[in-house]
Design a protein around this ligand. Structure first.
Ligand code: GUN
Ligand code: ZN
Length: 435
């Protein structure tokens, strides 16, 4: 049995914080200890208490004065878009046609997919992100590369072979039957192997025929525990075109409802421009709207009303995500920095405790995986991030005037990036320093 004792300032959330002074919403231990055995947290508490519980030969690493948090979670990202990030386009549909679809065609080659998979995990570990929910390309080879590399690194990843059978280049199309067959093959080959979770992944209604939506529905019925991911209401032109393609539907959300694709395991990327009716449907079905702030700004898609959706009488479950390569940063810190600014533009406040809750426990709850990841609770997987709020000269200088934990978190969110990530642990193994 391998055991490891980490010492540092521990921070983990019990629930969403109501305000900056909501001290009951989180666990914070100034001189904390985490005992890790065989990839799991077996004891969390003060260093003194945890030290007593550890064997004599337990390896000890002292991360003071840094913070130790659960590993960050990204609930929407496109694995084949690492070489699309920073592409100059007027809007979503132009960006997809001009840059994204041609790039994804390259993932028919297993060697290319394997190469990008290596870079993908390296980059996420550099940023302190230990779990991501990814779209692969339409090619099964891309999902194979994605899951093989996740297994090699023992990371908990959610991913899916994209289903798309129209309105894209020929090299990027399957058919209703092929999308069904290959998704099934990916599920059989990868779901539950290592820490892998397979998601049913119809890209969005524009690129799936009604026949393919029915195929996705059949998969959802056969595998009711799997995540489902797609895109919803990102851009006004997209919404208009989508509704033309499905004239029988009441609105964009109703298309997914008609094919039985909404529910507690459903992740809807963007979901910016929802009507009250659509927000009610998401709330009633427990579906998750995934906020992708850097992407929504970069592509000019719109301002996601996070606070308004969260405080409705029928609240909408919300995840937060980078949406690489529409998004412009791999960092969840930068993602929440932009989320904060979007709420500012909407006249709302997003407090830093809430932001850090969302990057960790909040996203784990959005994925229904909080029993495994997103907290420092005993029995969960030891996926962790160690954050240094004095990582750069500018941060160090500003830290001189920081007095409280929320102030430190806000500094990390506003000025932090991969340089602030002192270490990332995957199932109890130091992974960033090993890159
Ligand atoms: N809608 C359908 N596909 C995509 C994609 O790859 N990125 C974004 N941002 N929106 C999409
Ligand atoms: Zn997306």
């Amino acid at each position: 049995m391998t055991s490891l004792l980490l010492r540092g300032r521990l921070l983990s959330f019990h629930r969403a914080p109501d305000s900056l002074s909501d001290r009951d919403s989180y666990f914070y231990e100034e001189d904390g200890g985490l005992l890790i055995e065989d990839g799991r947290i077996v004891k969390t508490g003060t260093y003194a208490d945890v030290k007593v519980a550890a064997d004599e030969d337990t390896q000890e690493i002292d991360h003071r004065p840094h913070l130790i948090l659960p590993g960050l979670i990204d609930t929407h990202v496109h694995f084949p878009q690492m070489q699309v990030i920073a592409s100059y386009a007027a809007n979503l549909l132009e960006w997809l046609e001009t840059y994204t679809f041609p790039e994804e065609c390259r993932f028919v080659e297993s060697a290319h997919a394997a190469r990008i998979a290596t870079h993908f995990y390296d980059e996420f570990l550099r940023q302190g992100t230990t779990t991501a929910v990814a779209y692969c390309s339409v090619h099964k080879a891309s999902a194979d590369a994605f899951f093989a590399e996740a297994m090699r690194r023992n990371m908990l990843m959610v991913g899916g072979k994209v289903m798309m059978d129209r309105n894209a280049p020929q090299g990027l199309l399957d058919t209703a039957q092929l999308g069904y067959d290959e998704t099934r093959a990916v599920i059989e080959q990868w779901h539950g192997r290592g820490r892998n979770h397979v998601a049913i992944t119809p890209r969005f209604a524009i690129t799936s025929t009604p026949g393919q939506m029915s195929a996705a529905q059949a998969l959802a019925q056969e595998f009711p525990d799997l995540h489902i991911q797609t895109h919803l209401s990102e851009n006004h032109d997209e919404i208009r075109y989508t509704c033309e393609l499905y004239p029988e539907a009441t609105d964009y959300t109703d298309i997914y409802a008609r094919y039985g694709l909404l529910g507690k395991k459903t992740l809807l990327g963007h979901a910016i421009h929802l009507s009250e009716r659509e927000a009610d449907v998401l709330s009633e079905t427990g579906s998750v709207a995934v906020h992708c702030p850097t992407s929504n700004l970069f592509l000019g898609s719109g301002l996601f009303p996070l606070k308004a959706l969260a405080r409705r009488e029928k609240p909408v479950r919300i995840g937060v995500a980078t949406d690489i390569g529409g998004g412009s940063s791999y960092s969840m810190l930068k993602t929440m920095d932009e989320a904060y600014k979007i709420q500012q533009l909407l006249g709302e406040r997003l407090n830093p405790l809430d932001s850090f809750y969302r990057m960790t426990r909040g996203n784990a709850e959005a994925l229904s995986l909080v029993d495994r990841i997103g907290t420092l609770e005993e029995g969960t997987d030891a996926d962790l991030v160690v954050l240094n709020a004095s990582a750069t000269p500018a941060m160090r200088l500003r830290m001189e005037t920081v007095n409280t934990l929320p102030e430190e978190l806000f500094l990390l969110q506003t000025l932090g990036d991969d340089r602030s990530v002192a270490e990332t642990y995957v199932a109890g193994v130091a992974a960033k320093s090993g890159l």
